[in-house]
Design a protein around this ligand. Structure first.
Ligand code: G6Q
Length: 547
């Protein structure tokens, strides 16, 4: 399907925003708060257990109105409806984009090519639940009759980052009798370290790969099978008790030697980075049990419904997405820092990096025109308070504008003396300091000598969002992930790019396939790369003693 759309920069709201930006360039957040005692109430919104305070952004009501107009002029509403109704909005791969169907309730109807996909989704969820219950109850035993104590997910990218993040995020709710490991890197050390203290008789491997062709995953799966068979005396029938697969490719699963009865399926309308709530999440379900997994899906669904139905001015993903567009274009912000003040969310920024950067790291519009504006920013971050003792310096006093998303929880999952209040005080203080800063007058009043004053001044006026929830539950995790999925979608619509393909990862993969035999061959290969790559290949061969 090919469409020709109006260029983003031709939208009237875009032009008004460009003009408006010049008007508020010099306005300080301190002034905005001083002028409007109701600012905090005005710029907050709430849904699915998440409270978003976006009042510490460099915006006024005029900014918000213009950004909302930009969303309308970009036909965001129609595009949301197109996604939720199963239209093939992933035009370059001719696919529907229906991760929202993965968390739809059992009685919902969502059709792809005239077929309701919701019953299939629930059939897989039921199969996952049955399997998880059997493993957790010790009914699913290893080949020698031992209980399964270790679960190793083998996958990469979308088949790794989501379950890895979710298992960590929901550790508090997990069965501590089970150990979870994640092997993704083709660097053999990843497998070696994951397996070194495991007993093969009590270990279950989940080979997670949508295509079941991915080099890293298939290499690691093969290594895992060899390791298992070696550990269990070479009996091939052991594979059936120690390997299950998550894939859309039954033929390849079977060719690998995994009984298709032990395969959990999903569909081509689930993109890898949107798949943590599909069967790709079976490790998460094993960890936390089917009830908690369902609770997570409910949280996703609640945010989906909010995104689909709430007016844009109260719509959390729309607001978050528009603010990213605002800073990317009108303040030249190159990055967004995501800073969870919750140790269990330590992998959340890494997860978001794939979600956001694979989705909107695009240089052409849906109709193939080179964009004339920046698209997806770099997402990065670390859990608080650790970052405060390293890179926050640059956010506070550096020369770049770095919008921050702070994520905080009013209650600790495991209260421990004064820790949680200290944690909360820190996140609130950071957002306040970034917004208000500290003037030269204030520094002088503290008695600083004149020469030291400039070093101790904080400009402030540095924007942040605060995403606050009661505490980290499975529902909240689902809502949080859906918030970013849909914020990403909003940005992709404004930029008019396809947020659902990832062609940019292909070229390197293809070249690696060519270089592997060049490194492995016994005879010196005829190299036809650039001279740098040729030299590096020769040097690596020499070091390992090849010709
Ligand atoms: C995500 C991407 C990518 C994918 C991996 C693994 O959106 O598609 O990260 O998840 O390349 O692919 P397989 O699941 O097919 O092994």
């Amino acid at each position: 399907m090919r469409t020709t759309t109006r260029l983003l920069t031709a939208h009237p709201a875009w032009k008004s925003l460009s003009k408006h930006r010049r008007e508020i360039e010099r306005v300080h957040l301190r002034e905005l708060f001083a002028k409007d005692p109701k600012r905090a109430e005005r710029f907050t919104a709430e849904a699915a257990g998440l409270f978003l305070d976006y009042s510490k952004n460099r915006i006024t009501q005029v900014t918000l109105k213009l950004l909302l107009e930009l969303a309308e002029q970009s036909e965001l509403r129609a595009k949301i409806d197109a996604m939720f109704s199963g239209q093939r909005i992933n035009v370059t791969e001719d696919r529907a984009v229906l991760h929202v169907a993965l968390r739809a309730p059992r009685d919902a109807v969502i059709e792809v090519d005239g077929r309701n996909v919701v019953p299939e989704v629930h059939a897989v969820l039921d199969k996952m639940a049955d399997f998880s219950n059997r493993v957790r109850a010790g009914q699913w035993k290893g080949h020698t009759g031992k209980h399964i104590r270790n679960v190793v997910n083998i996958g990469i990218g979308g088949s790794d980052l989501g379950p890895l993040m979710a298992c960590e995020a929901l550790k508090h709710y997990s069965d501590r009798n089970l150990t979870f490991r994640f092997v993704s890197n083709v660097d053999g050390i990843d497998f070696v370290e994951a397996a070194r203290d495991l007993d093969p008789a009590g270990t279950l491997f989940i080979v997670s790969s949508k295509t079941f062709t991915t080099l890293e995953t298939m290499t690691n799966a093969q290594t895992a099978r060899d390791w298992l068979l070696k550990g269990l005396g070479g009996d091939h029938s052991a594979v059936a008790k120690h390997f299950v697969a998550v894939s859309t490719n039954a033929a390849r699963v079977s060719a690998f030697g995994i009984d298709p009865a032990n395969m959990f399926g999903f569909w081509d309308w689930v993109g890898g980075r949107y798949s943590m709530d599909s069967a790709i999440g079976v490790s998460t379900m094993l960890a936390v049990g089917p009830e908690n997994f369902k609770a997570m899906l409910n949280g996703f669904h609640e945010m989906d419904e909010h995104f689909r139905t709430a007016p844009f001015e109260q719509n959390l993903p729309v607001l978050l997405g528009l603010l990213t567009v605002w800073y990317t274009h009108f303040f030249d912000a190159q990055t967004v820092a995501v800073l969870p003040y919750e140790q269990y969310l330590k992998r959340f920024p890494a997860y978001l990096q794939q979600l956001t950067m694979e989705s909107n790291g695009k240089h052409v519009t849906l109709d193939g025109q080179q964009v004339t504006y920046d698209t997806g920013p770099v997402f990065w971050g670390e859990p608080g308070t650790n970052g405060q003792h390293s890179f926050y310096q640059l956010i506070h006093q550096g020369t770049r504008l770095i919008p921050c998303d702070f994520i905080a929880f009013a209650q600790a999952l495991v209260p421990l003396g004064p820790h949680h209040d200290m944690l909360l005080a820190n996140v609130l203080a950071q957002a306040e300091a970034l917004a208000s800063g500290k003037t030269a007058k204030e520094v002088k009043a503290e008695g600083a000598p004149d020469w030291l004053v400039p070093h101790r001044v904080f400009e402030g006026n540095r924007p942040s969002n605060m995403i606050l929830a009661e505490c980290l539950t499975p529902e909240i995790l689902g809502a949080l992930v859906a918030l970013y999925e849909h914020s990403d979608f909003t940005q992709g619509v404004i930029w008019n790019v396809n947020s659902f393909d990832q062609r940019g990862v292909e070229l390197g993969k293809a070249l690696a396939r060519r270089i592997i035999p060049e490194l492995e061959s016994e005879r010196a290969p005829r190299l036809k790369h650039d001279s740098s790559t040729n030299n590096l290949i020769r040097r690596c061969r020499q070091i390992k003693g090849a010709q």
